[in-house]
Design a protein around this ligand. Structure first.
Ligand SMILES: Cc1ncc(COP(=O)(O)O)c(C=O)c1O
Length: 438
């Protein structure tokens, strides 16, 4: 056993699979066995493995300038170009961009930006953040407190009160609806709960509402029609900012450029990006905020002498170069359109699994989906052991998927996946569920 402390792993059962190399949508273990990477790693390798152009770009940037920082206004061209490129893409008004290294630290940055902003406009009391049950926003101390998955909270004692973290309902109709409640009634009820929470806490104490447009780690929850329209109206009425965590849903994953577009979220004040921003060829994240929020931070920073937040690797030149090239390839090679087409095909093929006696729900959008397994369709009792077994059998059959939300299997393949490879994914998934259920 090595000295490694494994992330998000049962520490009593480490070292399960040693991945050695990757090519296209496939990875290979030490023995040379091929696996279709049905999860794009951790929802991140949009362009798959071994992309020569990206490797060359990274290598060239390493040779030219392996590192320079961005403190004190030092800068470099890939950083400037990437921020301008992103600002032009996002549905955020006059967007400003702060770079980090991970989705978690980008969410932490947002929390600090919110405090800075509300202090600057003389409302230091407006700092609570509404997150949702079953949310996943990372694992740093602050972002981790906005995450709601039990396994990420247990034994860590996150500082919820200090950070002013409030929780409202998750928008998963299949699991959250009351008996005989329609989708529309479910939306009205959970939105009424949100309004009641805001009323109880006082809108003047709440800065923002954070949401993954479509969730990932909590089981790929696609909220019912009308949900985000209701939520946005409530937030607007109460002067609370909408913060879209697009760490998974950004850059073509849900069939549109951003999850906000897929889910009809209009002009969020803040957005978080990581993962597919660089197709995971180099760690980089971005915290994007509305221009007017940024403008009022200028004076207080001048008063202090600096805006005292930033990481050694904020705007790492290699990460910026990798992200710029990734975005260029996405556009040039029509990857968004390809992902949308493959996504429609994957969803249509997965939908057939809905007939399976052990499948409770198939859900998703674009190239992200989950198949939720149950003991019985009527009682909806989660088939946790079956899901574990099916995940392992998928792996044995040469397909990597992820067991999420206890009883669901998530798939989220690289955006470059072909139709034949979608068939391989769905066929192996179906076979594995059948074998596990047998
Ligand atoms: C929606 C969302 N936000 C934030 C994060 C955290 O990103 P990272 O693991 O890069 O810190 C994740 C990671 O999966 C995520 O899915």
């Amino acid at each position: 056993m090595s000295a490694l402390i494994y992330p998000n792993t049962n520490l009593a059962a480490t070292e399960q699979l040693l991945i050695d190399r990757g090519a296209g949508v496939y990875v290979y273990d030490k023995q040379g066995k091929q696996y279709l990477e049905g999860m794009a790693g951790l929802w991140c390798t949009g362009l798959g493995y071994g992309n020569k152009e990206l490797i060359d770009t990274i290598t060239e940037q390493l040779s030219r300038l392996s590192y320079t920082h961005m403190f004190g206004g030092k800068t470099h061209q890939p950083g400037i170009d990437l921020s301008d490129k992103l600002a032009a893409m996002v549905p955020v008004e006059n967007a400003r961009v702060f770079f980090g290294n991970s989705g978690s630290d980008a969410n932490d940055t947002h929390i600090k930006l919110l405090r800075y902003y509300f202090n600057a406009i003389g409302h230091p009391e407006k700092r609570k953040i509404i997150t949702r049950e079953r949310a996943y926003h990372g694992v740093t101390v602050a972002a981790g407190a906005m995450t709601s998955l039990p396994a990420n909270l247990a034994h860590f004692d996150p500082p919820f009160a200090a950070l002013g973290i409030l929780r409202t309902d998750h928008p998963h109709y299949y699991r959250g609806a009351q008996t005989a409640e329609t989708e529309a009634e479910f939306v009205i009820r959970i939105c009424a709960n949100l309004e009641a929470l805001i009323e109880r806490e006082g809108p003047d104490t709440i800065a923002a509402f954070i949401a993954e447009p479509i969730t990932g780690a909590s089981g790929v929850i696609v909220p019912p029609a009308g949900y985000y329209e209701h939520v946005q109206a409530i937030l607007e009425k109460n002067d609370i900012l909408f913060w879209a965590d697009e760490v998974i849903t950004g850059f073509g994953r849900t069939g549109k450029l951003f999850g906000c577009e897929t889910m009809n979220i209009q002009q969020p004040a803040q957005m978080t990006f990581a993962k597919q921003l660089s197709s995971a060829y180099y760690p980089i994240s971005a915290s994007v905020i509305r221009g007017d929020l940024y403008e009022v931070m200028v004076a207080p920073s001048a008063e202090v002498g600096i805006f005292g937040h930033g990481y050694t690797y904020s705007g790492h030149p290699v990460g910026c170069a990798a992200a710029l090239k990734t975005l260029e390839i996405y556009e040039r090679d029509h990857i968004y359109a390809h992902a949308a087409e493959m996504g429609t095909y994957m969803q249509s093929r997965l939908a057939a699994l809905q007939q399976h006696e052990r499948v409770g729900e198939v859900r998703g959008a674009g190239l992200i989906a989950a198949v939720e397994l149950v003991d019985d369709k009527m009682t909806k009792i989660p088939a946790v052991e079956l899901a574990k077994r099916a995940t392992q059998i998928c792996q044995d059959n040469g397909l990597l998927v992820r067991n999420v939300a206890g009883c669901a299997l998530a798939v989220c393949p690289p955006l470059i996946i072909s139709r034949t490879q979608v068939d391989e994914l769905v066929d192996k998934l179906t076979l594995s569920i059948n074998q596990a259920a047998a």
